[in-house]
Structure formats: structure tokens, C-alpha cells
Design a protein around this ligand. Structure first.
Ligand SMILES: CC(C)(COP(=O)(O)OP(=O)(O)OC[C@H]1O[C@@H](n2cnc3c(N)ncnc32)[C@H](O)[C@@H]1OP(=O)(O)O)[C@@H](O)C(=O)NCCC(=O)NCCS
Length: 388
């Protein structure tokens, strides 16, 4: 059986949508296959479409720097030909494609983690929604400064994005939400967008939608609650109290974990919906060069990268810290052995080298491993607030 992989084109639209409809029980698809900021790969066997994989152009903040990221999604193989390596061939080809597109890291939300682990992706951060009971929201302290809010209009689009970026760049993992993959104007279609004007742009904003739920009155889904300072956050939380007449609880997507953990009067036990995302380092030297790191004194760590799916960075590699710049160069003693799957959780800060060692993904020199942890200098859980 020979599998031929190529980029898909608009001519493949019907075949791709048919595969995805069967795989994901989707509805009738609409619109074009190729959207700005995305492309994809198709596997053919004897001229017939056997599998598909999409790649979106994103960037995630790490150490304050936006690292280009390939967001893999919509992986589907014809059910008549599953278990014969088609998905594997697509994943291998996607690594080369992302490297060529200058995406040194890749993220996906996996329904089948085992499949992606074999190709080097590993759990590396969280996407979460929480339920906030209204009685608890009512106990959130009132702000001391009242910031009058107003509905957004089209002229606020850039300021809204800037306000998001001000907070997002301080949380490892958050997407930079830049066009073309992210359509900023989508926010204009939301049921509620409330902005807090500040002296210099916006101090905060809230986006939400009224949606059906098992409860009579449905639910309020708060997608973003972003405030650049404590008063902005307290004003936005206080504005949610006005829903106490119709709702018993609201659902909040975690963009800024500080809002939930430091300000909201969350009960001891509360409900969280967690989706874990997996990250793969596609190209170690490029990923290291793109990320922001903790500033350390000059040092070096010798690595041995075990990665049969990305031969371009496999083997001995040395991480060099010199005058505040961190880079990877080939060579060295290979004193710390890292398996491909260790790279993602290390890069995001989701796991330290002790956990990676216990999982059998890292071996060797403890002193070198300690420097790897210091470099990432992670505080808090890596997060995304976007699903794809
Ligand atoms: C998941 C899916 C894409 C796998 O396609 P496939 O062509 O059958 O996968 P491959 O044959 O290339 O499998 C590669 C490896 O992953 C493993 N794998 C594949 N599907 C798996 C599953 N559902 N559970 C656990 N392991 C799985 C295989 O055992 C194989 O490992 P091996 O080489 O050691 O045997 C396919 O089953 C599918 O389309 N499912 C429905 C849609 C879906 O769930 N997509 C994933 C979205 S994130």
C-alpha cells in the first residue's frame, strides 16, 4: 500500500468535508475549505482520498515572546482503511510542513493521545471553563473605583486586541490572536461586549454569549474577562452580578487565571471543564531562539535528543546561554537525554525535569536538568483560551 501525501486544494473540498463529516459526526459543511491562515495535507491511496489533516497558523506567548505555532486539527482517516498507518504518514508529513512554514512548535487537542504521543506530542497545558455559582459571584467585593462601561463598537477592535495582548503576553501558552487565522471582527457578532475605557486605550473588556443549557433560562458564557488592573477586573466581575435575577450560575472561560484565583469568590469545590492540549517541539533550535527565557548567567547544557520523527534536531545538541541570549548548537556530550515527548512539557513549563524523569522521558546529568528548569522559570499553568 503506497500512501501519497500532498497539500489539499479547494478542488478537494467535497472529499475532505465528507471524511470529516463521518469522523466527527459534523453537520452539513459550509464555506470554503481553505481559509486565511490555514492549509492542510491530504493522503491518497491509488488516487482515492484516504485521510486529511489541517494546520492553522497561530502563535503562542512563552516568556513574553510570540512563538509561531502550527495548530493541528481535523485529523480524519477513512474508516475503511484505519489502522494501516495513514494518520502516521500525515503526522510525519505535517512535521516537515510546519518546519518549512517556520512553525517550530505544534499544538493539538487530542481525542486519541496515544496516536499523537507516538509522534512526539505530549500534554503541555490546559484550556478550561469554570462554573461560577451566582450566590458566590454576589459576594465578590465591590470595586473602590467605578469605571463606567459601555458597549463596544467597530472603532474599539484594535484597542480590544491590544488590551487582550497586554494580559496574554504575561501568561505562557496564550495565543496572540493575530489575523489572518484569527478574525478579530468575529467579536462584533457576540451577544454582549462591554468595554472599560481607560486613559490610554481600554482598561478591560468582557465578551459573552447567551446560550441554551439544561436550565430553563439557559446560561451566560463569558468568553473573555480581561482587566489590566485590579479595579478593571473587579468592575467586570461586579457587572456579572446583574444576572442574578435570571441565572443561578454563569460559565467563565479562563483567560486570566488571576481573576478566578485571586479575585473571584470561588467556592472550595467548583466544576471545571478541562481540555488538555498537547505540544510538540518541531524544530528545537528555532523554538529555543523564538522563546523568551529567564535571564541566567552564562552556562551550557549538553543534550541528546531522541527523536526518530524529526531527524533534523535528533542527536547531540547543546543549549548555550551567553550574554542573556539562549541558543542551540549541534554537538556536546549528550549528558541529559531527552525524548521527543519530553520537549513539549519542558518548553511550556507544564512539567519539570523531575516529573519527566519519573515518566521515563528524561535521563542523565541532574545538574544539567536543574539548569533546564531554571531557564523555563515557569510560574503557573500554561494556558490557551482558544480551541481549534
Ligand atoms: C484517529 C485516526 C485519525 C487514526 O488513523 P489511522 O490511520 O487508523 O492511524 P494509524 O494507523 O496511522 O495509527 C498510528 C498509530 O496510532 C495508534 N492509534 C491509532 N488510532 C488509535 C486509537 N483510536 N486509539 C489508540 N491508538 C490508536 C495505532 O495503533 C498506531 O500505532 P502502531 O503503529 O504502534 O500500531 C482515525 O481512527 C480516525 O479518523 N478517527 C476518527 C477521527 C478522530 O478521532 N481523529 C482524531 C482527532 S484529534
Amino acid at each position: 500500500m503506497s500512501v501519497h501525501i500532498r497539500e489539499f486544494t479547494e478542488d478537494d473540498r467535497d472529499a475532505v468535508f465528507r471524511l470529516r463529516k463521518v469522523a466527527f459526526n459534523g453537520g452539513k459543511p459550509s464555506g470554503p475549505l481553505l481559509r486565511p491562515g490555514s492549509h492542510g495535507l491530504l493522503a491518497e491511496i491509488d488516487g482515492r482520498v484516504a485521510g486529511v489533516l489541517g494546520i492553522g497558523e497561530y502563535a503562542q506567548f512563552y516568556g513574553g515572546a510570540a512563538v509561531p505555532m502550527g495548530g493541528v486539527g481535523g485529523v480524519a482517516v477513512d474508516a475503511a482503511i484505519r489502522g494501516r498507518g495513514v494518520a502516521g504518514a500525515l503526522l510525519d508529513a505535517s512535521l516537515e510542513a510546519m518546519r518549512e512554514h517556520g512553525q517550530p512548535i505544534s499544538v493539538l487537542y487530542a481525542t486519541v493521545p496515544t496516536l499523537y504521543r507516538k509522534f512526539g506530542w505530549e500534554r503541555a497545558g490546559l484550556f478550561e471553563w469554570v462554573e461560577l455559582p451566582m450566590d458566590r459571584l454576589l459576594t465578590v467585593p465591590n470595586p473602590t473605583e467605578l469605571i463606567p462601561s459601555r458597549p463596544m463598537d467597530e472603532s474599539d477592535l484594535t484597542a480590544l486586541h491590544d488590551c487582550y495582548l497586554q494580559v496574554a503576553r504575561t501568561i505562557d501558552g496564550m495565543a496572540d490572536r493575530r489575523p489572518p487565522r484569527m478574525d478579530l471582527e468575529k467579536v462584533l457578532e457576540m451577544d454582549l461586549v462591554s468595554v472599560l475605557p481607560g486613559p490610554d486605550g481600554l482598561r478591560g473588556y468582557l465578551t459573552a454569549g447567551r446560550e441554551p443549557s439544561s436550565r430553563d433560562m439557559g446560561t451566560l458564557k463569558v468568553y473573555d474577562l480581561i482587566g489590566v488592573d485590579v479595579e478593571a477586573q473587579l468592575n467586570l466581575l461586579a457587572s456579572l452580578k446583574s444576572w442574578a435575577g435570571t441565572l443561578e450560575a454563569i460559565e467563565l472561560r479562563i483567560t486570566d487565571p488571576a481573576t478566578l484565583n485571586l479575585l473571584a469568590a470561588t467556592p472550595m469545590r467548583y466544576s471545571v471543564w478541562t481540555s488538555t492540549w498537547m505540544l510538540r517541539v518541531v524544530d528545537l533550535p528555532a523554538a529555543v531562539a523564538a522563546r523568551g527565557w529567564t535571564r541566567l548567567a552564562n552556562t551550557a547544557v549538553d543534550l541528546e535528543i531522541i527523536d526518530e520523527h524529526a531527524p533534523w534536531h535528533a542527536g547531540p545538541q547543546r543549549i548555550v546561554v551567553e550574554d542573556g541570549v539562549v541558543r542551540v548548537e549541534p554537538g556536546g556530550t549528550g549528558a541529559v537525554r531527552m525524548h521527543a515527548r519530553a520537549l513539549g512539557p519542558w518548553f511550556t513549563g507544564f512539567q519539570n525535569t523531575h516529573a519527566l524523569r519519573r515518566a521515563g522521558l528524561l535521563e542523565g546529568d541532574p545538574a544539567g536538568a536543574a539548569v533546564l528548569d531554571q531557564l523555563v522559570g515557569s510560574s503557573g499553568i500554561p494556558r490557551l483560551a482558544d480551541f481549534f
